[in-house]
Design a protein. Structure first.
Length: 387
């Protein structure tokens, strides 16, 4: 087993303050956002709601300087509540939930609303779109399946408590976890339960499905479950909770824990490949590309490690903290912070651009077709253009 050491210093008080950064004080809306309708309504505008801000005091390469000018606002859609989760994209439509209890479907090109569906609770779950249906959870304790084109209800499945996890729909089965501590597998067409797995120790993270295995984290580490039957294959023990789903690439699982370690293990056997330790907890899923794994710690530090060895490549301290899992695409690392969406050069860690929303972004952006889609606690959903 290889262990690499990451030296990070942060007092417990500073970490606590960061965790509450998004709620520390009321934040005023920008003049553009003040024109939006009051909470409870929704609207769409193609005008720019914010502008990309070039990083200050950054010694960027020519490539980085060019990238810093390659993002702009395409359209903005206003909902009646804060947005916490990432969207799903299928058939030219974007699907996302809001604190106003609704799931929205909007045109990905124009931002025009197609339909909404109201549930009995806030929708923090990231939807999954598959085979003409969209699946998502609500704090009313249900997992919903809707017709993706019309928003008409297909079926709903009742759990004991809220469903905030991101479901995974694949090959006729929907996998998701509930705050009742159970991992479920349902028939995607009917909503009939196929199996359930109860680890009996804490709420499971959102699931990851890779091959014939379902993986999830909880207070006891990471579990591997046989996809067809719900049988436990193995469990990898960590010192503290694994709060977010692992990432999978080339036969390896990557995940962080509140014990301050980033783990790389064999996806088939659960054997340790390497561990990189930090002085602060890791609460979000990492991102992995061909050469590196990227993750953040509770003090707002971002790291890039060699995905094969765990050796550090670079680190970056985010002034606004880190409030979402990262997404890496075309050599750019994207993540949310307490007041903006930020982008770094994935190779060097140098800041490229920042798109201000004035409120926290807790959902990883969706990047597709030269667009960047994401929501903010200010109730707005954004589409940015990117080269």
């Amino acid at each position: 087993m290889k262990t690499s050491s990451l030296i990070i210093k942060l007092s417990g008080l500073a970490a606590l303050l960061f965790c509450f950064a998004g709620n520390a004080r009321p934040q005023s809306l920008s003049p553009r956002e003040q024109l939006a309708p009051p909470s409870g309504g929704s609207s769409h505008t193609s005008a720019e709601a914010s502008a990309p801000v070039a990083p200050k005091a950054t010694k960027a390469t020519n490539e980085s300087e060019a990238r810093a000018l390659s993002v702009g606002s395409k359209w903005m859609f206003r909902t009646g509540g804060s947005l916490y989760s990432s969207p799903a994209l299928a058939g030219g439509l974007l699907y996302f939930g809001s604190y106003d209890n609704k799931l929205y479907a909007v045109d990905a090109e124009t931002g025009a609303e197609r339909w909404t569906y109201k549930t009995g609770g806030r929708v923090m779950s990231q939807p999954a779109a598959s085979d003409g249906a969209v699946y998502f959870g609500s704090e009313d304790g249900r997992l919903y399946a809707l017709d993706a084109a019309t928003g008409k209800l297909k079926w709903k499945f009742q759990c004991e408590y809220a469903v905030n996890s991101a479901p995974v729909a694949t090959e006729g089965t929907v996998y998701f976890s509930g705050t009742d501590g159970v991992l479920y597998a349902l028939d995607a067409a009917t909503g009939a339960e196929r199996w359930r797995f109860n680890p009996a120790n804490g709420i499971p993270s959102s699931p990851l499905v890779a091959g014939e295995t379902v993986y999830f984290g909880n207070s006891r580490g990471v579990y591997a479950i046989e996809r067809a039957t719900g049988r436990k294959l193995w469990r990898y023990q960590t010192e503290r909770t694994v709060a977010a789903a692992p990432a999978h690439r080339d036969g390896a699982l990557y995940f962080g824990s509140l014990d301050g370690a980033l783990y790389c293990i064999d996806a088939r056997s659960g054997a340790t490949r390497w561990i990189a330790r930090a002085a602060n907890g890791i609460s979000f899923s990492p991102a992995v590309d061909e050469t590196s794994v990227y993750f953040s710690t509770l003090d707002g530090s971002f790291y890039a490690l060699d995905s094969r060895t765990g050796q550090e490549r670079w680190r970056f301290q985010s002034p606004g903290g880190v409030t979402s899992s990262p997404v890496v695409a075309a050599g750019v690392l994207h993540f949310g912070s307490a007041g903006s969406l930020q982008a770094l050069d994935a190779r060097t860690g140098q800041p490229l651009w920042e798109f201000k929303t004035e409120r926290t972004i807790s959902s990883p952006p969706l990047i597709a077709g030269g667009r960047i889609y994401f929501g903010s606690w200010n109730g707005n959903f954004y589409a940015l253009t990117s080269n």
